[in-house]
Ligand binder design. Structure first.
Ligand code: GLY
Ligand code: MN
Length: 446
């Protein structure tokens, strides 16, 4: 058999080319637009955002979310400066070819930093002092995020036995010392406010993360069996997510509660062997291109709801479904809760039953936390309940109840986008009705 020279060269190239991640998760213009929004809010100075140090997790480097949000570069010890005065950004990092190859990152980050990142100016990391000194000559304020999300805080500032400053507070202290005439101001909340309204590109990624998670949850329901260990279920969820393109699962591992563990809402030890009659709550989400989904399903491991499981699940599902009818811009979470209560009452539900009175987040219309680069995104686990919903917000719609004396818990959680006219359930496609769950489980057992 003969092959042309070019075919041989191509085959060799394909065999030897190491797979590399693109330098950025999104087009450079996406990050540039985000930086411009920040620039508009800091016309009197510039912002200094530190990248994380090397990550401890499986040796994989995890960049902090503020840094990822503004430039997408996942290199340790990088520094991004967003200059609100001159309306441009500067990126400082140094990386060896060996490091980039080891991380599977594009060598363009070394060969052509500006082309690869879209940031206007690039400097090697050791030029930080010179760069800051030049910029400080014209600035009134230096902004820096004091509590970046996803950056491990390994020091206990308030402890009598530690007292060290975090990297971020240390940077602020050094800036104040070296530039005493310039105010140094925390910009964490400015960044979180920007992150809370998702761009169309972010929504696409969150929809993808959610749809992968939906497929993984469907597999979990189909494959769960009496006699399995919880770790088998967690392995299946992770496998399906990774098989479909997720790098990892969300910030809380795969939460699986059953029996006596239902009250512990982030239980993830996966160490129970499932017995007939167990009711399972599985709560997780795939992380796709650094954006997390967060979905919860509840089902009986033997595939058939008992009367009590049915009663509680039906109440939870009725509330969860009704919430999706009322999410829209301009309405607060409490108002959604009120509308849902009215609707269910009109439909004839007896809301004084414990199946309803035990439901957490019923009053708040299921609105819990923002979702995005973090599972509990942009600063925490609670979205304000009295602030009107806004188009572009993505949050977890979550209703749950726990009955410790009955070894029972139920939880239904969806990921919801507020659109211009209402909402989109990004986690649509799950069997949520009891009949659908039982049919899926029965079909898988044939
Ligand atoms: N779904 C887990 C949590 O929101 O805490
Ligand atoms: Mn959640």
């Amino acid at each position: 058999m003969t092959r042309s020279l070019s075919a041989c060269v191509l085959a060799l190239a394909m065999a030897t080319a190491a797979p590399v991640d693109p330098p950025l998760d999104f087009d450079a213009s996406e990050y540039s637009a985000r930086r411009q929004k920040l620039m508009a809010q800091i016309p009197d100075g510039f912002a200094v955002i530190q990248g994380s140090l090397a990550g401890p997790l499986n040796n994989e480097f995890i960049q902090n979310n503020e840094f990822i949000y503004l430039c997408g570069v996942k290199l340790p010890r990088a520094v991004l400066i967003v200059d609100g005065i001159h309306k441009e950004s500067l990126l400082l990092y140094s990386a060896s070819e060996a490091y980039l190859r080891n991380e599977g990152l594009s060598l363009d980050l070394l060969r052509d930093p500006r082309g690869a990142t879209g940031v206007e100016k690039y400097y090697p990391a050791d030029e930080l002092t010179a760069v800051l000194t030049k910029l400080a000559a014209q600035a009134k304020v230096i902004y820096t995020p004091l509590t970046p999300e996803g950056s491990p805080q390994e020091v206990a500032t308030n402890s009598d036995w530690d007292g060290r400053l975090t990297r971020e507070h240390q940077l602020a202290a050094m800036l104040r010392q070296r530039f005493p005439d310039i105010e140094v101001r925390d910009c964490t909340h400015t960044l979180w406010d920007l992150r809370r309204i998702k761009t169309p590109a972010e929504v696409d990624v969150l929809r993808k993360a959610s749809q992968i998670s939906v497929q993984a949850m469907r597999e979990v329901m189909a494959e769960a069996r009496v006699g399995q260990y919880e770790y088998e279920i967690s392995a299946l969820f992770e496998y399906v997510c990774k098989r479909r393109g997720c790098r990892r699962v969300f910030d809380y591992n795969v939460i699986i509660s059953s029996a006596e563990n239902h009250p512990y809402l982030h239980y993830y030890r996966h160490n129970r062997r499932l017995v007939d009659g167990d009711f399972l709550v599985v709560d997780s989400g795939g992380d796709y291109r650094d954006y997390d989904s967060d979905i919860t399903i509840s089902f009986p491991v033997n595939g058939t709801f008992s009367p009590r499981q049915r009663e509680i699940y039906e109440a939870c599902n009725a509330v969860s479904k009704a919430c999706l009818l009322y999410y829209q811009p301009g309405v607060t979470a409490y108002e959604v809760g009120e509308q849902v209560r009215r609707k269910l009452r009109d439909q004839g539900y007896d809301l004084s039953r414990d199946a309803f009175t035990s439901l957490r987040y019923f009053k708040e219309g299921g609105v819990t936390h923002y979702v995005g680069l973090a599972t509990h995104d942009a600063g925490g686990s609670d979205k304000p309940k009295d602030r009107p919903l806004r188009a572009g917000e993505v949050f977890a719609s979550d209703v749950f109840a726990v009955f410790p004396k009955e070894n029972l818990g139920v939880r239904i959680e969806n990921i919801v986008l507020i659109t211009e006219t209402g909402c989109e359930n990004l986690s649509a496609g799950l069997p949520r009705e009891i009949s659908e769950i039982e049919a899926l489980m029965k079909g898988a057992r044939k």
